[in-house]
Write a protein that binds this ligand. Structure first.
Ligand code: KIV
Ligand code: ZN
Length: 556
């Protein structure tokens, strides 16, 4: 912003709470979760969900494990009203799930809401009125504190008056001083106390005080101070459930919620993937998975996040950004070479040592735990390192390259990615490897190879190979303690040996229906060049011989 714009704004006042305790607290258990996807989320959609879409979303929220679900604003429209009626009349609300309905503190709207919930087993009736200085001044035309408190009290009284009309429905009461985040704390408390006075909660029949950061005006520590202040000052604390409802205007809805929980809140309202007004509501997926990642049970099951995301994107017509924690397309993908390397080491070590606790660099959780796969973890572009390429060849193609071969293959793969200016798929990485490093037969072609175990001295064997070198056929014969050594000796006899064999490895190729063996031969040329070649063949001996031919060719 330019200075002349910045001068329009002022600092947000701190809360006078010098002896705050929340900074030393840890989150050790999950709060009660309430989904507001079907209300705050839905009201913020350019195209709101249809009744059928709301039903699908409702079933999804139940499946995830939400026990409290705000299903809408039944007095606001026929769609909302009908939705509530369908849930009740079609008996779609499971025994252990309580639906919540929102309504302003106005008699006719509250009456309509009570009509909508008739016949439900248990419902949270949630009333709200806006309390902040800004709203009092601008929206309500300089309304006084008394006027605003009276709105809250009237609403609470109407609700109380209507309770006996639904004797078979258990009704839990909830009040929100809307715009709490920029309401003077003493006035927010005054409104809450006035409602408490009307509703008279008890420890057995608690009421919910929801303290919304309707707009996120301040840093999360200020929010935490506000919540701790309210938790300390509210009367009948043992009869009151303190609920958080954060929005994300400053991008810190998650942090505000986490600090708010440390400050003493019992309950959290939010949505899947943070859908909601403006920058959205709190993303409950993030907060719950953050807790899981610290070993805390939440009662919410996000083990199949991708299918959840599919329903969410289809019914809301919103999209989850690529970098969204946990759910985003790219969040378990490492492009940087050093990250890929460290991830591979971490995963290998876990596979080897079977560590009970998670500890893989750069990954806060095991992607499998939320239904993501390792296949997508390492993707290859020109910024990738050798570790990433080796990881792909190992995981996707079953080739466990010797460590000293990683740079040789890695360079070729990321040079290609650079040339193309785009990411390479696992298949393309494999194509480069198989074309350029496996069974390469370019100058020297192996036409035939036979071993004779009897004609040589004890413990040795003889080989006879037919090769074609630059179009000319030759016979190579040699003796050695193994097929490769025998072939190397044959190279010497034929005048083709300008190298030393410096390393050799082999293993069975893993995965698929392959019964091949892979062999790796490292040669050092007399001029000092060192290269690996790979041979692949159903016979491990032939794989070694082919690897030698391949390395020889690569040295040319
Ligand atoms: O953000 C908000 O203040 C709300 C209230 C209605 C709870 O959504
Ligand atoms: Zn809201």
């Amino acid at each position: 912003m330019k200075s002349e714009s910045i001068s329009k704004y002022r600092p947000f006042p701190a809360v006078a709470l010098a002896d705050r305790t929340w900074p030393d607290r840890l989150i050790t258990e999950a709060p009660t979760w309430c989904s507001v996807d079907l209300r705050d989320g839905n009201q913020a959609l350019p195209i709101p969900m249809s009744v059928e879409e709301k039903l699908e979303m409702f079933d999804l929220l139940v499946k995830v494990g939400f026990k409290e679900i705000e299903i809408g604003f039944p007095s606001a429209s026929d769609t909302e009203f009908c939705f509530m009626r369908r849930l009740i009349e079609e008996d779609r609300i499971p025994e252990d799930v309580t639906v919540q309905v929102l309504v302003q503190t106005r008699r006719h709207l509250i009456e309509r809401t009570f009509e909508a919930i008739k016949g439900a087993r248990r419902v949270i009736v949630h009333i709200y009125n806006s309390t902040s200085t800004l709203q009092r001044r601008v929206t309500f035309g300089d309304a006084s504190r008394e006027d605003i408190k009276a709105i809250a009290v009237t609403g609470a009284e109407v609700v109380k008056e209507l309770l006996p009309t639904l004797p078979t429905t258990e009704i839990v009461l909830q009040y929100s001083p809307e715009s709490f985040s920029d309401t003077e704390l003493d006035f927010a408390l005054e409104c809450c106390e006035a409602v408490i006075e009307v509703w008279q909660p008890t420890p057995e029949k608690k009421l919910i005080l929801n303290l919304p950061a309707t707009v996120e005006w301040a840093t999360p520590n200020v929010h935490a101070d506000q919540i701790e202040w309210m938790c300390r000052k509210v009367s009948k604390r043992e009869s009151v459930i303190i609920s958080l409802h954060t929005h994300n205007d400053r991008g810190t809805g998650v942090a505000s919620t986490e600090l708010g929980l440390m400050a003493g809140a019992d309950r959290v309202e939010g949505t899947l993937f943070g859908n909601g007004e403006r920058t959205g509501n709190l993303d409950i997926v993030i907060v719950a998975l953050n807790m899981n990642s610290h070993g805390i049970e939440t009662g919410l099951d996000f083990s199949n996040l991708s299918s959840l995301r599919e329903v969410y994107e289809r019914t809301t017509r919103m999209t989850v950004p690529d970098r969204q924690p946990y759910a985003g397309e790219l969040v378990f993908t490492a492009f940087s070479g050093s990250h890929q390397d460290a991830i591979k080491k971490g995963l290998d070590r876990r596979a080897r040592e079977g560590d009970e606790k998670w500890g893989v660099p750069y990954l806060t959780i095991d992607p499998h735990d939320i239904g993501r796969s390792y296949e997508a973890i390492v993707r290859i572009n020109s910024q990738s390192g050798k570790g990433g390429v080796a990881y792909i060849l190992d995981q996707e193609h079953g080739y466990d390259l010797p460590k000293t071969m990683h740079p040789q293959v890695g360079k070729r793969v990321y040079d290609l990615a650079d040339q193309r200016g785009e990411e390479l798929s696992a298949k393309e990485v494999g194509d480069v490897f198989f074309t350029e490093f496996v069974n390469v037969n370019s100058h020297l072609m192996l036409k035939d190879y036979e071993l004779d175990y009897h004609s040589a001295e004890r413990g040795e064997l003889a080989c006879k190979a037919v090769i074609e070198i630059d179009g000319e056929s030759k016979i190579v014969e040699g003796v050695g303690n193994g097929p490769i050594n025998a072939f190397v000796q044959g190279f010497e006899e034929t005048g083709l040996k300008d190298f030393t064999l410096t390393d050799y490895r082999s293993h069975a190729v893993r995965g698929g229906s392959s019964s091949d063996a892979a062999a790796y031969v490292q040669l050092r040329k007399d001029d000092g060049t060192i290269l690996w070649g790979v041979g692949c063949d159903p016979s491990i001996e032939m794989a070694g011989v082919k690897a030698l031919v391949c390395a020889w060719n690569l040295l040319r």
